[in-house]
Design a protein around this ligand. Structure first.
Ligand SMILES: Nc1ncnc2c1ncn2[C@@H]1O[C@H](COP(=O)(O)OP(=O)(O)OP(=O)(O)O)[C@@H](O)[C@H]1O
Length: 240
């Protein structure tokens, strides 16, 4: 579903990603973890071209998204993204946030977008917040709306960039539960997360990044029980 081939990314002289090769199959749930500054967010953002690789290719299904003249809007319709800071439109109510892209970008009828949005709000436990502005929601509620909003575009892929890092501890669980419920429903998911329990219990695979390179790409069992690299062992000693 997602194929990253020999990708490099630099910001000026700073080489942030080096020789990245990664395959994520349809329906797989992959966690990208590693020390701060190791390039996790940059790698995720390359998967929908929020960052453009300096070198290498990325394919979504069989389409090379790094090819010149690619229709980026079309790609992003199929790749939902959830950010650390929610990114809801503050001047729109929850339902306006939800129906905006499906009607404007996907040209869904308002009725269809509305029905779909309400079903998704119910799924994330926020049906009663339909007409509320984001400013009146808690962080956890905002993030659940952001997830529902991304799902309203019916993407085949969801990218999560530290979706719980900006939340108070008591709200982390409600958001992780929503993400966990989504895992293994057929949607392909890549997550940058610092939630080791979630990575271990929910994800199919762990990609451990260190200084811009994938150092381990393995199952949670192997990664958490017997990582092969010193760097992963040092990292786990610090975070567990
Ligand atoms: N747009 C940018 N311009 C310049 N440097 C950037 C940019 N985005 C990221 N970087 C740098 O690239 C490096 C990797 O950043 P990235 O956010 O991908 O790391 P990360 O592993 O996600 O870190 P964290 O866990 O702290 O969020 C960092 O040194 C960061 O400062």
């Amino acid at each position: 579903m997602i194929r990253v081939e020999n990708v490099y990314k630099s910001f000026g002289k700073l080489e942030v990603l080096k020789e990245i090769n990664l395959n994520i199959s349809k329906g797989e749930v992959v966690s990208i973890i590693g020390p701060s500054g190791s390039g996790k967010s940059t790698l995720l953002r390359c998967m929908n071209l929020l960052e453009v690789p300096t070198k290498g290719k990325i394919f979504i299904k069989d389409d090379e998204i790094t090819a010149p003249n690619v229709d980026i809007m079309k790609i992003r319709q199929n790749v939902g993204m959830v950010f650390q800071h929610f990114n809801l439109f503050p001047h729109m109510t929850v339902i306006e946030n939800m129906t905006f892209a499906p009607t404007k970008v996907k040209k869904m009828s308002y009725d269809e977008a509305y029905k779909k949005s309400m079903a998704l709000l119910e799924q994330v436990g926020l049906k009663d917040k339909e007409n509320v502005y984001p400013g009146k929601l808690s962080g956890g509620q905002k993030q659940r709306v952001a997830i529902a909003r991304a799902l309203a575009m019916e993407p085949e892929i969801m990218l999560f960039d530290e979706p719980t890092s900006a939340l108070d501890p008591e709200m982390i669980k409600e958001v992780l539960t929503v993400i966990q419920d989504l895992a293994h429903t057929g949607i392909t998911m890549a997550l940058v997360t610092h939630e080791m329990g979630f990575a271990r219990n929910v994800c199919d695979r762990i990609c451990f990044l260190d200084e811009g390179r994938i150092v381990e790409d393995t199952t949670p069992e192997v990664f958490f029980e017997s990582p092969k690299s010193d760097r992963a062992r040092e990292f786990l000693d610090k975070v567990l």
